[in-house]
Design a protein around this ligand. Sequence first.
Ligand code: NA7
Length: 534
Amino acid sequence: MGRNEVGVVVVGAGFAGLYMLHRLRGTGLSAVVLEAGDGVGGTWYWNRYPGARCDSESYYYSYSFSEELQQEWEWTERYPAQEEILRYLEHVADRFDLRRDIRFGTRVTRAEFDDGTGRWGVHTAGGQRWSAQFVVTAVGCLSAANIPQIPGLDGFGGDWFHTGRWPHDGVDLAGKRVGVVGTGSTGIQVIPVVAEQAAHLTVFQRTANYSIPARNSPVDQAFRDEVKAGYADIRAVQRASTNGHPFLISPTSALEVPEDERRAIYEAAWERGGLRFRASFADLLVDRAANDTASEFIRDKIRGIVHDPATAEKLVPLDHPFATKRPPIDTHYFETFNRENVTLVDVRATPIEQITSTGVRTTAGEHELDVIVFATGFDAMTGPLLNIDVRGTGGVTLRERWAAGPVTYLGLQVAGFPNLFTITGPGSPSVLTNMPTSIEQHVDWITDAVVHLREEGIDRMEATPAAEDAWVAHVNEVAARTLLPEAATSWYLGANVPGKPRVFMPYAGGFAAYARACAEVVADGYPGFELTSR
Ligand code: NA7
């Protein structure tokens, strides 16, 4: 093969791309990873905002594929901070000698399938062209920054930043008047830290959010030893679970237990902290009355923490049930609104009209600011893929295929795009799970598929339109059995990005059920895929 001709182009060198490259070694296929950033890490390379931290616990927000790796790495905190995850991924890149096949500073702009040769042409912003039999996207689900189109931003006299594109040398906020727009998981992490640094912080909230205390703390050697001795069981529970976490959802209905007992269960979960709160009862995401008990518990907590009753009422979420948007976890988020230097602005009641040269003007007046932080999230799941001009058979673009919302088979392939695999694509459960668990499953599945094709002398694999239709119908049907589509402002639905089709994108049937469905496809000889040789 010539220069720039490979078996596989992998796009992205985060958790997914690194493991994909590792697995491709030994398959006989040559591979290159094209990465826009100047280093590995993906999400954890870009999201360097103050307070950036994972909401999964460190001991399981990690790869399971190498026993040596999981035994040798020492996590220092219950929830890993951005720097620590980045260090871990850099370690993985070095330990498995991955860097030699990664091209950094290389942004993929276009990928087109050539019907004649049966190969993909992959083009980069720097004018390179790669030719590959397979393309695997490892571009992340939350990597295309959503920066609101607010009139006047260009004329703002201060500095502004999106949290997902934070400057690598940091931003000095000391003595500054700072505005944070957005109160999702990111806003809820950044707000308490900025409040401590800034002279004054103004929080612009559109949708009030439920949040559970994280209860972060250092981890000691005894905990690390216990985890390392128990990894086989921990990983087994993760793979058998709904969300890829090493705990199972309680089998008990919230409505089955007496009120005092239910309250005690919520109190214990609140004290323990973290995403496990969501697993307190079996039916929190499927039964509105059950969910109400959790939603009401958290609303009471907010009212108890926030001193000023008017501010507390603005912070109490009323417009969606708990956990129908991705629930954040926090370190002193609600407490932050008791500080003298913090103001909460409800931009649903008084919308932002304009950014002026000196600040943000809402319908209720102007807030003077030196710095604006947009914690406004991402064009989730589809954005990173559609930012690449992907063209399949007959020159049809992915943008055309997905004009009414994304369609996939198993979240892994799109009909009309042969030999293109999408790690954590829409229609997969990834964003509802602990990401590395889903990523490992997707990468293993894709690796098995390409090995199968090689062994069988097949050179083209493509989802059939019928299999895609059936999977999309199944994804919709599963979502409709839950309360998840009820959150009208959720990024799961694409509702955070103006003009984006409203389609519930993730597979909500749980990680274990999804992995089983994928394994059955393999065991049955890849039904739903057309496998052809030239
Ligand atoms: P999210 O969860 O999408 O949160 C973004 C926040 O920004 C949310 O509160 C939005 O309000 C708000 N937002 C977005 N656009 C605007 C405009 N134009 N005006 C005012 N407020 C706005 O993103 P995150 O980065 O916090 O978290 C993403 C995921 O990362 C998270 O779910 C975890 O999986 C990890 P809205 O709720 O849309 O009314």
